[in-house]
Ligand binder design. Sequence first.
Ligand SMILES: [Zn+2]
Length: 318
Amino acid sequence: MSTALPAIVVFPFVFVFGALIGSFLNVVVYRLPETLLAQEDPDEAEEVSEIPQIFAPRFLWALKYIAWDIGWMFVYLFKELPKELWLVLKSISFPASHCPTCKQEIAWYDNLPVLSWFILRGKCRMCQTAFSFRYPLNEFICGLLFLYVYGMTGLNIDFFLWSGFVALLWVIFWIDLDHQFIFNVTTYPSIFIGIVYNVSKGTTSHSLWGILIGFALFEALIFLSIVVLGKEGMGGGDVRLVMMLGAWLGPIGLSSALALAFILGSAVGIVLLLRQRESIPFSFGPALVLGGLVSMRLGEKLWTWYINSIYGNALGLI
Ligand SMILES: [Zn+2]
């Protein structure tokens, strides 16, 4: 362990720190979509043309779509990202946490992570409006997630960098569940920090290959989905999330994350299909986030285990 402090001191500290960040993330998950969706200019809304029914035009349509998406990636980086970052930073720093019903500011002693919800029995002290159980749950999970990061890095600068990666993944998880949308403002900065982190570790190519493979694979999936099924299947937000995973985890970690996400996504898809008796769209982002979180610590081990079990069986047959 890289720290001289005993675990009994560090564990509670890391957990409480994570829970406090979780409390802040609750604000981000609530305000970020509210701010950016309100910004949408109807005149600037992307032109939605129907995917053609006939194969040849559909093939061309898919090519154009991919080209447009790649172009948009760079336009966004230079034109939209600084504007959106500023808006989001402003909206999450002001005003202070308040009850959405009576607008009363929440005092610090009523805003203790996990505890306050139970002390106030999930209600506003002033007007008794019920607050969702999701808030304390999210704070508790963030405490655990930060312990999970600590187990990998110890207490040093890497801990804070990986915690930032995990915190943003967790924001993406909730926002995609709520809105079926992944905002670029949550993925782009993390892609950039992931590259810088790997440059500092001397593993630049690891990061760049992760981004490139994730990008190429998901653009190809969207292309095939349009040509074969006649629907986009996934959005540009999913591509950016996969690039973010690649930037941090590299190609091996990314492939484990994707394998786990596809297994989880199919399982959820089948359950939904059995319950609703029809195919309903659901967001793939949360499955990608969970796959990424597991793969972050176990990705390479999973590969070793998988390859060993295949070679082990192959050798057993000889
Ligand atoms: Zn209230």
